[in-house]
Design a protein around this ligand. Structure first.
Ligand code: SF4
Ligand code: SF4
Length: 402
């Protein structure tokens, strides 16, 4: 009697299909029908930003982006690609962790004079995120962990990831270990697309990552995957890894930063850094906030607001008696050390996903990969000097013992 051995889960192939570019409208319709609010990339104010999508026509058809340290601009694409751009100035953080939100309000009870708090109980919005890059998929996970939010497979945002075939010059997700592919990270996304343009039609390879993704794909016109298409899609994603504009130093960054507290490089970067905080605002994982209480003129109504803050702000480290980090040097060191070093101790991962936003949107073009490389060179130099010093000392000892 033969026994049927079930295929191990790790080896089971995910459901795959092909959809045309026109079916993006059906996808948006299916997500709306499921009660979700679709948000995704669209063009506004000379950039690709994230906003509610009325229809697939709102997506950035034929628009790409060119980035460099301190620079970002839109470019036209002849191939009509919809997701042929790298990260823009915004990230999904703006939906998961809004820049400003009311925590609660309170009104004075005329009878007792006491304030009666009213918790903020606005209806949660159920989003569908369309066009989430693998780096940003990792950022969503990191942000949820930092904010102590348990991922909810049914009620969290529906995620349509788009694997990357068009890295920007400031991207380094390959060396951060977060991209450019994500097909093997099912459970982090509901559907993952690879966009294939110019062969024989503009279409998308779809990988299903969840039961809800399965149900939505059923509501979208789709076809079987032709022979060789998976391999072509994987090759396009793998080629993107080879075209990353930047890379992190191949060393343990946590150790590097722990050893670099007194590095001279901090003075160098502080001379350039404006402490504007742009890098923390655009970063998809920076989560620091401050809380502000306000009252109206009558003094009968009060509100408590939470808003994004930045470790580059001198007041952010204010404690009794003054700020702890008064210099640009100490604030830049705090940010870089937390992001790439102590984040590991706090949350078990790096705080950086390699999206490159902080490089493009830094007004003076400070590049985290360049700063880390310079710190690494400094530590290498110290180690070399120590080795030479150690060798000379043992030579002296050898001579002395003769
Ligand atoms: S530190 Fe820079 S590259 Fe890293 S996740 Fe934040 S914005 Fe992206
Ligand atoms: S590194 Fe750049 S973006 Fe960040 S605070 Fe300094 S000047 Fe502003």
């Amino acid at each position: 009697m033969s026994t049927v051995v079930p295929e191990p889960a790790a080896q089971r192939q995910p459901r795959r299909a092909v959809i045309t570019a026109d079916a993006l409208q059906d996808l948006i319709t299916a997500l709306r029908t499921a009660g979700l609010r679709p948000v995704g990339p669209t063009v506004r104010d000379g950039a690709i930003v994230l906003d509610e999508l009325g229809s697939a026509a709102d997506l950035p058809h034929g628009r790409g982006s060119a980035t460099a340290p301190g620079a970002y601009r839109l470019v036209e694409r002849e191939d009509g690609a919809v997701f042929g751009h790298s990260a823009g100035p915004q990230s999904w953080k703006q939906f998961l962790h809004p820049a400003r939100r009311l925590l609660f309000s309170a009104d004075r009870d005329p009878a007792t004079g006491d304030f009666i708090p009213e918790p903020e109980d606005s209806e949660p919005v159920h989003y569908a995120f369309i066009g989430v890059r693998p780096c940003d998929l990792a950022a969503v996970k990191i942000l949820n962990r930092a904010l102590r939010r348990a991922p909810d497979a049914d009620r969290g945002p529906f995620i349509v990831a788009v694997e990357c075939t068009e890295p920007g010059a400031t991207c380094f997700c390959a060396s951060a270990g977060t991209g450019p592919g994500c097909a093997d990270r099912s459970g982090e996304f509901d559907l993952a697309l690879v966009e294939l343009v110019g062969e024989p039609a503009h279409r998308f390879l779809v990988t299903v990552g969840s039961e809800r993704g399965d149900a939505i794909l059923d509501a979208v016109p789709h076809g079987p995957v032709p022979d060789g298409l998976v391999q072509r899609a994987r090759a396009a994603v793998a080629a993107a890894a080879g075209r990353m504009g930047r890379t992190l130093p191949a060393t343990d960054l946590r150790v590097l930063l722990a050893r670099s507290a007194d590095a001279e490089r901090w003075d160098d970067v502080a001379a350039r850094c404006l402490t504007c905080g742009n890098c923390t605002m655009v970063c998809p994982t920076c989560f620091c906030t401050s809380v502000e209480d306000t009252t109206d003129l009558s003094g009968d109504h009060a509100e408590r607001w939470e808003s994004w803050d930045s470790c580059f702000d001198i007041d952010y480290s204010y404690i009794h008696g003054g700020s702890v980090r008064t210099s640009a040097k100490s604030r830049y060191r705090q940010w870089l050390t937390h992001k790439f070093g102590t984040w590991h101790d706090q949350f078990g991962t790096s705080g950086c996903v390699g999206c490159g936003r902080c490089i493009a949107w830094c007004p003076v073009g400070i590049d985290v990969t360049e700063e880390l490389a310079a710190l690494n060179d400094g530590i290498d130099r110290i180690d070399r000097i120590d080795r030479i010093g150690g060798a000379e000392q043992s030579l002296e000892e050898t001579r002395g013992s003769r």
